[in-house]
Design a protein. Structure first.
Length: 170
């Protein structure tokens, strides 16, 4: 009799654990539930805003990358302008997920030195590109980025060409 009760108790515990895992998975993969999918991420600190990039499911996600572009619209002349700053990756303690934070956003520099004859125009100026701007394409998890107020996050989806090329052996 005691063995039956232990067996029933273990079965109940397994059922409860399975239901809990299913509930967590449903929460993380819910369609259109962005607020639920990012609730484990911290609220933006003072002076920052949180941006979330969610992408649709694709058949072969390994053939794609997401390029993150952080910047802001500014009044600039005809020269090429870039903002100083970095995207730093942080790990969400207890979850293992990562998020990005724009840091050291401290000014703009002009890359070219052309004589500009026209009036200044509004253009989107981004931070200097680095390796952190390309992220793995993953439709199951959002990309969460914190940027100072006044900045924004844009993104592009890059796709691999259809045909692989053979390298030559020397």
């Amino acid at each position: 009799m005691e063995a039956d009760e232990k067996g029933e108790s273990m079965l109940k515990k397994r059922i409860v654990a399975g239901v809990c895992l299913f509930a967590i998975a449903s929460l993380l993969h819910a369609e259109g539930g962005t607020e639920k999918r990012i609730q484990m991420f911290p609220q933006p600190k003072a002076g920052f805003e949180r941006y979330v990039v969610e992408v649709p499911k694709l058949e072969n996600e390994n053939d794609h990358k997401i390029e993150l572009i952080v910047g802001k619209t500014m009044l600039v002349d005809c020269n090429l302008h870039l903002l100083s700053g970095e995207l730093e990756e942080h790990t969400l303690q207890g979850w293992g997920y990562t998020y990005l934070e724009a840091e050291d956003m401290n000014g703009m520099r002009t890359v070219t030195r052309k004589a500009c004859h026209g009036p200044k125009q509004e253009k989107f100026v981004s931070i200097v590109p680095d390796d952190e701007r390309f992220r793995r394409y993953n439709s199951r998890l959002p990309i969460v980025v914190y940027v100072p107020k006044g900045y924004e996050v844009r993104y592009r989806i890059w796709s691999a060409g259809g045909e692989m090329q053979q390298a030559k052996k020397h």
